[in-house]
Design a protein around this ligand. Sequence first.
Ligand code: SF4
Ligand code: SF4
Length: 260
Amino acid sequence: MKPKILVTSLTSCNGCLTSIIELDIFPELLESVDFIFPLIEDNDNIDNCDIALIEGSVSQEEQKEELLEIRRKAKKVIALGTCAISGGITSLSDEIDPIPINDIIEIDGFIPGCPVPTDFLGNTLMALLNGERVKLSLKNLCSECELRPDNGFKSKIKVDKLIPEKMPFECFLHENVLCLGPITRAGCKAKCIKANIPCEGCMGPIVPDFMSNIVNFFSSIEVSEDIITSGIYSKFTRPKSFVKRGEQNEKNDNKTINQN
Ligand code: SF4
Ligand code: SF4
């Protein structure tokens, strides 16, 4: 019998579902598993499964019940995308108070991104199904960025812009534009940078202490007051960044993905 991968969506934009739909670039994966989509199949029953991929954050009571049921029925539960991991852009809403799924249930790992990069998702699922241990990168985005300065960063960097004014010929930070590459996990192949968009941190921080990550970065450069008060740097991690230490589920925040 083929392994079953359940895919479900909580409060989200459904963008990470698109990454799953694009998995046709991994035909061997699609042939070797059965995907179950309760949302698309209009089926409220949650079947037993080998892996549950959960997209989105929790913003309604019934979603907590759904999550607990998935936890009971799935051998592995994986948070799919930044909304599920740290609240993501759902936490920008004034109307809901989204909760990352790993604050409600024990998870077995997470696959970051907004949306999750399809090649990264496919390779991770293939590895999981082969029983391999998957480690997320411990390098930052600058390590895979074509704009990384050959001779290192300037010693005095001043940041007062969020949007570049021209095609960058050098690192955004050297153009006075905020780029979260130095504190963001590698793995997306710097697609946004190649499209002239500075990194906003959707792959999440390398260290689990979200707020100290930002504070350490800002203490090493000069950042304008406007940018500090904008809070834009925590766009993808707000519920994790502003929760008091000790209230966080650190055990889950430290999880990488493994099959053991
Ligand atoms: S992580 Fe991004 S792409 Fe995925 S559901 Fe959330 S907002 Fe959409
Ligand atoms: S700060 Fe941004 S633009 Fe500069 S090297 Fe790092 S990721 Fe690239």
